[in-house]
Design a protein around this ligand. Structure first.
Ligand code: FES
Length: 119
């Protein structure tokens, strides 16, 4: 869990199996007005839907056995655990925490706004 950030948790499914992943194990959904890519690797990950390089649709890319996602446009590679651009171009893919509990599958979105630090 990331420290010093406050998250609001959004339920995206009752169970992981309810998420209907296509064959590339990448699924784009909307959560709290944001387009988010859910990736199914060794575990579930969430990241922003668009590549930070030039807006490629991450859900149209592919994920490898090391939980690295490759953008379909220019093939830059990002670690889904931390968003680091492991192919060396210096970009960062925003990631979101995922929690799976007996109540469902949740994505954490940082609380923003003037008073969010008070909560
Ligand atoms: S848009 Fe993703 S690598 Fe260029």
């Amino acid at each position: 869990m990331r420290r010093n950030k406050k998250y609001k948790w959004y339920k995206i499914a009752d169970t992981e199996s309810e998420l209907n992943f296509p064959s590339n194990n990448l699924l784009q959904i909307e959560v709290a007005g944001k387009n988010i890519c859910i990736a199914k690797g060794k575990e579930l990950y969430a990241c922003t839907a668009k590549c930070p390089h030039a807006g490629g649709i991450i859900a149209d890319g592919f994920i490898d056995q090391s939980d690295v996602v490759t953008c379909p446009l220019h093939r830059y590679k990002f670690c889904l655990q931390n968003g680091r651009n492991i192919s060396g171009e210096g970009y960062y893919l925003k990631t979101y925490p995922v929690q799976i509990t007996s109540d469902g599958v949740f994505i954490g979105i940082e609380e923003t706004g003037l008073l969010s630090w008070l909560k």
